[in-house]
Design a protein around this ligand. Structure first.
Ligand code: PHE
Length: 443
């Protein structure tokens, strides 16, 4: 017999889980290098604008739709628009969960490997940091072993369910995360020579901004906030009608942005203080930072703390990616949670193998990109922004903006959404997204 659907034990449990989903590699690994390669503070401002006009409204929308139906993303759209193909948005989300987690787990595995490399001295002062990084990611076996270990942890937690698995894990892991980041920020800003990095990060120079920056900022916002692919619909579906939406969404968005900003604050002063390039790109966390740590007092300790932070944040995000796919199999295909988790986990592990190998062990190209970059490109430029755009159009015009606002306001605690919210999701958010997508691609 099918057991009844679970729900979060408290509002805080939901906020921690959703913030855990949002705060991840997007904040720690991606945000600093995207800021670094886009000219610094001015890009940070653009990102904040996007978060306000696209991120927050979509966060409210996804939570509300999930809470409305208590179903996985595919089931949610099916329940709300039975005879129409809107469920395809949910299907895209399930696909995105599968795709993102496959390479996300590979990168998370690098993080765990680097935690141990920091401790065993492979990254001590004078090491060849680039060499260590490329040796690791290009080797055929080691990254796959860590990928497997990371997926096993994710499967073990998701397999235990919403209350005993995800809810319990985030209750312990999220506070650890906050403590670790505060530690790193204090270390970063108190380095002598930190001020140049702070200036780069905090004083805007708009000459660096192009149309492309807006697209990058939007892609970053979707990824970082876990939006556009049903992860938040899924977490929202384990809420009851008595739970608040408007201020919970505010907490989740606020925490995610706050941690991304703090990650920049931990990283840029250190990079500048020690004379490294802020434009390093995806290698920033793995090549520049170990070098930075090695030159700092107690650097190995802080390096270990950083990669521990990295891995924990990745884990709480991976839980939500896996849960999207699992919830669909459990709700719609009546599979047991244990079975669904193991099968999906195994499938994702397998898709991650070519992703990892395409970093250099074998040559594996799709449309001229390595398989790894292809998966990242697919989610960043197509799956998430298009999924987000369709979700907001669905909410504004099919579900209807006034009904969404009323539903979101039901049992709101701190504040309710005014009429402005309807204009936002009907006009401002979709139009902004369409412009950014079109212009970003053309220019
Ligand atoms: N938000 C996560 C991060 O920043 C990644 C993620 C994307 C998780 C989409 C779930 C859904 O790392």
């Amino acid at each position: 017999m099918k057991s009844p659907r679970e729900s979060w034990t408290s509002r805080i449990a939901f906020i921690l889980a959703a913030a855990g989903s949002a705060v991840g590699l997007g904040n720690i690994w991606r945000f600093p290098y995207v800021v670094g390669t886009n000219g610094g503070a001015a890009f940070v401002l653009i990102f904040l604008v996007i978060v306000l006009i696209i991120g927050y409204p979509l966060m409210v929308t996804e939570i509300t739709l999930g809470r409305e139906t208590n179903k996985n993303p595919i089931g949610t759209f099916k329940a709300l628009a039975p005879d129409m193909p809107w469920w395809l948005i949910g299907a895209m989300g399930v696909l995105a969960g599968f795709v993102i987690l496959s390479f996300y787990s590979v990168v998370s595995g690098w993080g765990i490997a680097y935690f141990f490399k920091t401790l065993d001295g492979s990254l001590a002062s004078g090491a060849d940091y680039e060499g260590v990084f490329f040796d690791h990611v290009e080797s055929p076996i080691a990254p796959l072993v860590w990928h497997f270990i990371f997926m096993t942890m994710t499967v073990a937690i998701v397999g235990l369910g919403i209350v005993k698995g995800i809810g319990r894990a985030v209750k312990y892991l999220m506070p650890v995360l906050f403590i670790l980041i505060v530690f790193l920020v204090i270390r970063g800003v108190t380095l002598s020579g930190a001020s140049e990095g702070l200036a780069f990060y905090l004083s805007p120079d708009f000459s660096q901004i192009t149309w492309r920056s807006w697209l990058d900022a939007a892609g970053q916002a979707f990824f970082s906030l876990s939006l556009g692919m049903g992860a938040i619909i899924t977490y929202g579906s384990y809420l009851g009608k008595k739970d608040d939406v408007p201020s919970s969404a505010g907490w989740i968005v606020g925490l995610d942005v706050f941690i991304a900003l703090l990650a920049g604050l931990a990283i840029f002063p250190a990079v500048f203080a020690l004379g490294f390039a802020e434009t390093e790109g995806p290698g920033l966390a793995f090549i520049t930072l170990p070098a930075v740590f090695a030159e700092m007092p107690f650097g190995m300790f802080f390096g270990g703390v950083f990669f521990l932070f990295f891995s924990v944040a990745a884990l709480t995000s991976a839980l939500s990616l896996l849960e999207v796919v699992v919830s669909w199999l459990v709700d719609e295909k009546a599979m047991s949670r244990k079975k669904a988790t193991i099968y999906v986990g195994l499938g994702i592990f397998i898709l991650g193998i070519p992703a990892s190998l395409s970093m250099g062990a074998v040559s594996l190209n799709v449309f001229g990109m390595s398989f790894f970059n292809f998966l990242d490109f697919l989610q960043e430029t197509i799956l998430l922004p298009v999924g987000g755009l369709l979700t907001i159009i669905f909410a504004g015009y099919v579900f209807k903006a006034n009904r969404l606002r009323e539903s979101a306001n039901e049992n709101a605690t701190l504040f309710s959404l005014g009429k402005w919210f309807e204009y936002l999701i009907k006009y401002v958010t979709p139009v902004a997204l369409i412009i950014i997508l079109i212009v970003g691609f053309l220019l």
